[in-house]
Design a protein around this ligand. Sequence first.
Ligand SMILES: Nc1ncnc2c1ncn2[C@@H]1O[C@H](COP(=O)(O)OP(=O)(O)O)[C@@H](O)[C@H]1O
Ligand SMILES: [Mg+2]
Length: 318
Amino acid sequence: MAGEYGLEDVEGVGPATAKKLREAGFATVEALAVATAFELSEATGIGYDVALKISQRARELVKINLVTADEVYRRRQLAQKITTGSKALDSLLGGGVETQAITELVGEFGTGKTQLCHTLSVTVQLPGDKGGLEADALFIDTEGTFRPERIVQIARRHGLEAEKALKNIVYARVYNSDHQVLLVDKAWEVCGDRNIRLIVVDSLTSLFRGEYLGREALALRQQRLNSHVHKLLKLAEALNLAVVVTNQVVANPGQFFGDPNKPAGGNVVAHACTYRVYLRRGKEKTRVAYMMDAPHLPYGEASFLIGEGGVYDAPGAG
Ligand SMILES: Nc1ncnc2c1ncn2[C@@H]1O[C@H](COP(=O)(O)OP(=O)(O)O)[C@@H](O)[C@H]1O
Ligand SMILES: [Mg+2]
C-alpha cells in the first residue's frame, strides 16, 4: 500500500532532508504524519521547529487530523478480519484477527502463540472468500522459533502453493530490542513496497525483559516499550493492517488466589493492545483461548487444536 504522495511532496522537504528521513526509517508521508516532531528531530538531527512543520504538513497531506465520528465509523468499516483456521477461535475474536488493531496473544510456554503466528502468516495470504486478505506478512522473530517447514505444511492445508506462501512472508530475526524498534520504523518502507497486511512480533516483550534488568531500568524499559507498541498501533491504523504480538506471563508474587500469572509488560502493553487473548492448555491436546480485553466484544472462551496444518477447531467445539 504505497501512499499517493512521496516525501518530497511535503512542503519544506528537499532531496537532502528526504534522504535524512529515509535513513532514519521515515520512508513515507504516512510515517511522517504519525511521528511526533520530537521523534523526527531526534532521529534525523533536523531542528525541532522544522520537524514540527514537516509533521504538520505531512498530516495535512494524508489528512490524519481531527475527524467526526462518522469518519471514524467509515474507517472502522474498512477493518477486515483474518481467519485463524478455527471457527470457534475466529468467533471469539469477532470474526478473526482484525486489521487496524493489535491483537496480543498471552500465555505460558508451549500454549500455541508461535503456532498461531505461523498460521496467520499463511491465512492472511488466502483470498477473501477463504478468510484471508490476499496479502503478505512481516514476521519479526525475537526468539528464533520461526520454522519455514511449518509454513509449508500450513500452506498445503489451506491449498496454497508452498513456495509462494514462503515468498509472501518477509522474515526478520532480531537479537536486541534496539533492532526490534528499528525494524518497526523500517516497516513503513517495507509496507510501501509490498502489500503487507499482517505484522507479527513474536515476542513483543522478551528482549526488553532480558535487557532492562533491575528496578532502576524499569522506567526506561517501559518508556521504550510504550513507544514501540504505539508505533505498531500507528502502522496498524494508518495502513489498515493487523498487528499480532505475543507475550509471556510472569509470576505475580502478590497474588494468593486465582491465577498467579499475569502478562508481562505491565500497563504499557495492556493499554496499547486492542485485544488481549489468553491461551492455556486444555483437556488432552486442546488449547483454550480467553478474550481478556476487547473494546466491544463479549467475554468468552474457545477451544482449538494445533496440528500439522496449523490451527483447527477442537472436536465438538465451534
Ligand atoms: N507439526 C505440529 N503438529 C502438531 N502440533 C504441533 C506441531 N508443531 C508444534 N505443535 C504444538 O505446538 C506446541 C508449541 O507451541 P508454540 O506455539 O511454540 O508455543 P508458545 O509460542 O506459546 O511457547 C507444541 O508443544 C506442540 O504441541
Ligand atoms: Mg513461542
